[in-house]
Design a binder for this molecule. Structure first.
Ligand code: PEP
Ligand code: MG
Length: 587
C-alpha cells in the first residue's frame, strides 16, 4: 500500500454512476478468499461434498436474511438482484460441476469451487456483448459468498464507517450496494466492475456516485486518505491539493445546483416555445430503474428490453414468469404507458436455453425477430404474457430488427393466434393494444412507407441503425470515430422514417442512444419526432433544451443540416447554432 502522503494523484476508469463525492476513504475488505488446493482421499469425498453443500445452504440463508431485512426496511424495490443471486446459488450446474470435480479430481471443496468459477469465467469471457460478459461478476460474487461460508469468514457491513465516507473496495456486490445507507456512505470506488454490472446499475438507480473498474485502487489508497470521485467522468483524485479540492468543490456545487434546477422541470410539460408537445420517456431493463425514471419525470417507458429476463439461466422463463415480470413493471409504472419489446437476442447476446449455434456474422445472423419467428414455441408464450399484462395498464408491444413487410405480417399472424387463444381461455387483454416496430435496419427505412401501413408506431433504434447504415460495428472501439450519428445518410434515413410515419398518420418515436443526447435535440425536434425515449438521467437535460426551442426554428435548422455533405460539417454547423441560440441551455 502506498503511504498516506500520496498527493493529488489522479486515476481514471469507468464513471458508473454520476455525481461528485469528496470525503475520507474507508477501505472495505471484499478481497477474494485465498484458496489452497489440496488432495483428498477417496474416503473424504462425501465429507468434502457435504462441506460444499452446507456452505451453499449457509450462503442462501445469508442472502435470504439480507433480502428480508431490506424488504422490511425499504420495501420490495430493487430486490430483483438478490433474487438473481439466489437463482445462481440454486443453479444445478454449480453443484454438479463442483461435486463432480471433488469426486473425479480428488481435491478439496474450496479448490473445486474455484475451478467451477474459472469455467464460468472462461465461458463468459468469450461473449462479445458487454452486458452479458459482466454477468460473470454476479457468478463470482455468489461463489465468493459460498467460499466465505466454507472458510468461516464473516464480512463487515458496508455502512461500518465513521462519519460520512467513500467506500473503496476490490468489488461490491449488488447486495452491498443495496444495503448502503446514504447518510453514511457518499460514494464508492472499486477495482472491478463495468458500466453495466448490476452494482453499477443499482448505484445509478439509487443515485450513489461511483467509479468502477480501477483495477488496483485498493492498493493505491489508504484508510483515511481523502478522495474526490467524479462518477460522471470516471476520475478519482487521491489526497487532492488545495487547488484541485476547490475546483472539484465548485464542480460539485455546480452539479448539484444544476440537478436541483433540472428537478424543478420534472413536472413541467415537455413542450416547445411554439406549443409542440413531445413525449419524453425512459429506456428500462430492470424494474429497479423505475423510481429513478419517475424521479426524472419520465412520461412512460419507451423501451422495456425483455432480454434481461432470459440471460443468466439455463431454462427459459415460461409464460407465467414472464407475465409476473411484465405485470410488475406495468403496475409500477401505471398510469403511465409501457412499451414492451419482444426478445432481442441471438448473435452475441447469448441465451443458453435457446440452443443457438455459433455464427460467423452474429450481427447479421439469426437474432431478434428472425429468431422469434423461427422459434414460435418461445415466442408465443412471450406474446401471451405481454398481452395478458396489457389488461393491467397501458401497454404497447413492439418488435426488434424488422427488415420488411413479410416479417411484420408473420408476427401479426402469430399475435392474432395468441389473442385468439387468450379469448378462448377467457384471459383478459387490451383488444386495442398498439403494435410497433423498431426501425434499425436500412431496408426498413427504405420501405418505411409500406411498413407504416402495418403498424401503429415506429421506434428508431439508432444504435443499430447507425451500425447497419454505415457498416460500423457498434462495439468495435477501433471504429468508434466512424460511428457518426450526424452522418448525412443517417439524417436522411431519420427524415424518411418520420415522413413515412406521419404520412400514414402514425407516431415516430426514437429509443436509441441518440435520443438522450441533448445536443441532437434541435435536430430530432426539427425532423418531427413525436416521442423520445432515453436513460432516466438524460430526460430533464433534454426537456430543458426542448422547452427553450421552437419547432419552427428547429425545422429551419434541420433543412440546413440536411444540406451538408459530411458529418463534420453538420457537427460544426450544429455547434455554431447551439452557441448562437441555445448556449445558456447547455450549461
Ligand atoms: C437500438 O438499436 O438503438 C436499440 C435501442 O436497441 P438495442 O440497443 O437494444 O439494440
Ligand atoms: Mg437494436
Amino acid at each position: 500500500m502506498v503511504s498516506a502522503k500520496t498527493s493529488n494523484r489522479e486515476l481514471r476508469a469507468i464513471g458508473a454512476s454520476p455525481g461528485i463525492a469528496i470525503g475520507p476513504v474507508r477501505i472495505t475488505d471484499r478481497s477474494r478468499v485465498a484458496v489452497v488446493e489440496s488432495e483428498i482421499d477417496p474416503a473424504e469425498v462425501p465429507a468434502e461434498a457435504a462441506r460444499f453443500r452446507n456452505a451453499l445452504a449457509a450462503a442462501e440463508a445469508e442472502l435470504r436474511g439480507i433480502k428480508e431485512r431490506l424488504e422490511a426496511a425499504r420495501g420490495p424495490e430493487h430486490l430483483y438482484v438478490i433474487d438473481t443471486h439466489l437463482l445462481i446459488l440454486r443453479d444445478s450446474m454449480l453443484t454438479r460441476e463442483t461435486v463432480g470435480t471433488i469426486e473425479t479430481e480428488l481435491i478439496n471443496a474450496e479448490a473445486a469451487l474455484k475451478r467451477t468459477l474459472q469455467k464460468f469465467k472462461d465461458f463468459f469471457a468469450g461473449i462479445g456483448d458487454e452486458y452479458l460478459r459482466e454477468r460473470s461478476g454476479d457468478v463470482e460474487t455468489v461463489i465468493e459468498r459460498i467460499l466465505r461460508c466454507m472458510v468461516g469468514q464473516s464480512q463487515v457491513s458496508v455502512n461500518d464507517v465513521e462519519g460520512r465516507a467513500i467506500i473503496v473496495s476490490h468489488d461490491l456486490s449488488p447486495a452491498d450496494v443495496l444495503q448502503i445507507d446514504k447518510s453514511r456512505v457518499i460514494g464508492f470506488v472499486t477495482d472491478l466492475g463495468g458500466k453495466t454490472s448490476h452494482s453499477a446499475i443499482l448505484a445509478r438507480a439509487l443515485e450513489i456516485p461511483a467509479v468502477v473498474g480501477l483495477e488496483r485502487v485498493t492498493a493505491e489508497i489508504c484508510d483515511g486518505d481523502v478522495v474526490i470521485i467524479d462518477g460522471g467522468t470516471g476520475v478519482v483524485v487521491i489526497n487532492p491539493d488545495q487547488e484541485t479540492f476547490r475546483d472539484y468543490l465548485r464542480r460539485k456545487q455546480h452539479y448539484e445546483y444544476l440537478e436541483r434546477e433540472l428537478l424543478k422541470l420534472r413536472d413541467l410539460p415537455a413542450v416547445t416555445t411554439d406549443g409542440h408537445r413531445i413525449l419524453l420517456k425512459g429506456n428500462v431493463e430492470f424494474i429497479e430503474e423505475i423510481p429513478s425514471l419517475q424521479g426524472h419525470g419520465g412520461e412512460g417507458i419507451g423501451l422495456y428490453r425483455t432480454e434481461m429476463l432470459f440471460f443468466n439461466r439455463r431454462e427459459l422463463p415460461d409464460e407465467e414468469e414472464q407475465f409476473a415480470a411484465y405485470a410488475a413493471v406495468v403496475r409500477e409504472m401505471a398510469p403511465r404507458p409501457v412499451t414492451i419489446r419482444t426478445l432481442d437476442v441471438g448473435g452475441d447476446k447469448f441465451v443458453p436455453g435457446l440452443n443457438l449455434s455459433d455464427e460467423l456474422n452474429p450481427a447479421l445472423g439469426l437474432r431478434a425477430i428472425r429468431l422469434s419467428l423461427r422459434q414460435p414455441e418461445t415466442f408465443k408464450p412471450q406474446l401471451r404474457a405481454i398481452l395478458r399484462a396489457s389488461a393491467l395498464g397501458k401497454v404497447r408491444i413492439f418488435f426488434p430488427m424488422v427488415s420488411g413487410v413479410a416479417e411484420i405480417r408473420a408476427v401479426k399472424a402469430l399475435l392474432e393466434e395468441a389473442k385468439q387463444e387468450l379469448r378462448g381461455e377467457g384471459k383478459p387483454f387490451d383488444e386495442g393494444i398498439e403494435i410497433g416496430i423498431m426501425i434499425e435496419i436500412p431496408s426498413a427505412v427504405i420501405v418505411a412507407d409500406l411498413l407504416a401501413r402495418e403498424v401503429d408506431f415506429f421506434s428508431v433504434g439508432t444504435n443499430d441503425l447507425i451500425q447497419y447504415s454505415l457498416a460500423i460495428d457498434r462495439t468495435n472501439e477501433h471504429l468508434s470515430h466512424l460511428y457518426e450519428p450526424l452522418h448525412p445518410a443517417v439524417l436522411r434515413s431519420l427524415k424518411m422514417v418520420v415522413d413515412a410515419a406521419h404520412a400514414a398518420g402514425i407516431d415516430a418515436c426514437m429509443c436509441g442512444e441518440m435520443a438522450g443526447e441533448p445536443t441532437y435535440l434541435p435536430i430530432l425536434l426539427g425532423l418531427g419526432f413525436d416521442e423520445l425515449s432515453m436513460n432516466a438521467v438524460s430526460i430533464l437535460r433534454v426537456k430543458k433544451i426542448l422547452r427553450r426551442c421552437s419547432r419552427e426554428e428547429a425545422e429551419r435548422l434541420v433543412a440546413r443540416a440536411l444540406s451538408f455533405p459530411t458529418a463534420q460539417e453538420v457537427e460544426s454547423f450544429l455547434q455554431g447554432e447551439i452557441a448562437a441560440h441555445y448556449a445558456e441551455s447547455f450549461d
